[in-house]
Design a protein around this ligand. Structure first.
Ligand SMILES: Nc1nc2c(ncn2[C@@H]2O[C@H](COP(=O)(O)OP(=O)(O)OP(=O)(O)O)[C@@H](O)[C@H]2O)c(=O)[nH]1
Ligand SMILES: [Mg+2]
Length: 348
């Protein structure tokens, strides 16, 4: 992403919104009850499992994880995979890791499952975790079974496919293709799947699971962050609301890539005028019939929903630059600057 000259955004800076109007959004509606079914099935498969890999979006490192996972699946060794690192601003990676350690999350790794970045570190980490934990009745078994959990669309299935690419490439009897379906919308994996082999030595199987959101999300803003990352179907929140939250976030974080991307000339905090210009730039206009005193008149109007969709899609593909949506949590945490913890995994 190219940098925007300071002058371009300086004039409007004073006008950035300090907060986003959160009232009136019925968050509960965004989180369907059927996910409880998936969680129940995961609990019943738990006796077959040696370790849990929880996948979450690296752009929301601290919020939006499902607390029910901890309550119901928390007895097993746990690895937190913060995926989509290519889309996240990880300049403060060490701080993020320390903050998570402060919350008791000792085993954290950042990955990009599309490019297989850091994925190779997972099998050794899981092997060590299982080796140093009590396996109950599974102590005799030479094969490891790991359940992959997380909220929707964070890359659980992609991780499984990536692990297979990394570890099964040379096994002729077990071609490393796509063993589990992946997709850009939440809710691609619908049920707890049968075991999928990801490694020969140690013999390791993974269970893919459907994404499960918390029935009660911690705050509307966390809900909006999850939605921004594609965890909730857009139409449940409203594409224009989501586009407005995106604009608010980009401006507050001084990420002005959208100005250049859409040729807007200058940054702006008003979503209607941004979407209008995006629509015109993309040629996304629509004919609307307007009733006047002399009859029906066709008027060309900007197609706001189409512009909002494009704005969101562009952000999600990373073209507007990497973000850390939980930046405020990171900055407000007192131990964020503490020293003396173990180093994170090697930066790529
Ligand atoms: N940029 C980027 N995209 C990723 C990464 N990992 C997965 N994706 C994309 O994210 C989308 C969701 O991936 P899935 O693997 O289907 O996610 P999931 O968690 O299994 O989703 P559900 O089954 O719907 O809960 C797909 O479009 C993937 O290509 C990553 O590391 N970086
Ligand atoms: Mg899936």
């Amino acid at each position: 992403m190219r940098l925007i000259p300071r002058a371009l955004c300086g004039a409007a800076r004073a006008a950035w919104r300090e907060s986003f109007p959160l009232g009136g959004h019925a968050v509960a509606r965004w989180f369907p009850g059927h996910m409880a079914k998936g969680l129940k099935k995961m609990q019943s498969s738990l006796k077959l499992v040696d370790c849990i890999i929880e996948v979450h979006d690296a752009r929301i490192s601290f919020g939006g994880r499902n607390p029910l996972f901890q309550e119901t699946l928390g007895l097993k060794p746990h690895l937190l995979v913060l995926n989509k690192m290519d889309l996240a601003d990880l300049k403060e990676r060490q701080k993020i890791i320390r903050h998570l350690e402060g919350e008791g999350l000792k085993n954290v790794i950042f990955t990009n499952c599309v490019k297989d970045e850091n994925v190779k570190q997972i099998v050794p980490m899981v092997t060590e975790l299982i080796g140093s934990s009590y396996r109950y009745h599974r102590g005799e078994s030479l094969e490891y079974c790991i359940m992959v959990i997380g909220v929707p669309n964070v890359g659980k299935s992609s991780l499984i496919n990536s692990l297979r690419r990394q570890h099964l490439r040379k096994a002729p009897f077990c071609p490393a293709g796509k063993a589990t379906r992946v997709g850009g919308e939440p809710g691609i994996t619908r049920a707890v799947m049968s075991r999928i082999q990801v490694c020969e030595r140690p013999l390791m199987f993974l269970l893919d699971t459907p994404g499960v959101l918390a029935p009660r999300i911690e705050s509307v803003e966390t809900g909006l962050k999850l939605a921004l990352c594609g965890t909730v179907l857009d139409h449940l929140v409203g594409e224009e609301t989501l586009a407005d939250y995106l604009l608010y976030t980009l401006n507050r974080h001084e990420l002005f890539g959208y100005v250049q991307h859409y040729g807007l000339g200058e940054a702006c905090d008003d979503i209607v005028s941004v979407l209008k210009r995006v629509a015109v730039k993309l040629g996304k206009t629509q004919k609307v019939k307007v009733l006047t005193g002399t009859g029906d008149v066709n008027v060309i109007q900007p197609n706001y929903p189409a512009a909002a969709r494009d704005f969101l899609r562009t952000f999600r593909s990373g073209l507007l630059g990497p973000v850390m949506l939980d930046r405020d949590t990171l900055q407000s945490h007192p131990s964020a600057g503490a020293q003396g913890h173990r180093p994170a995994e090697t930066d790529p």
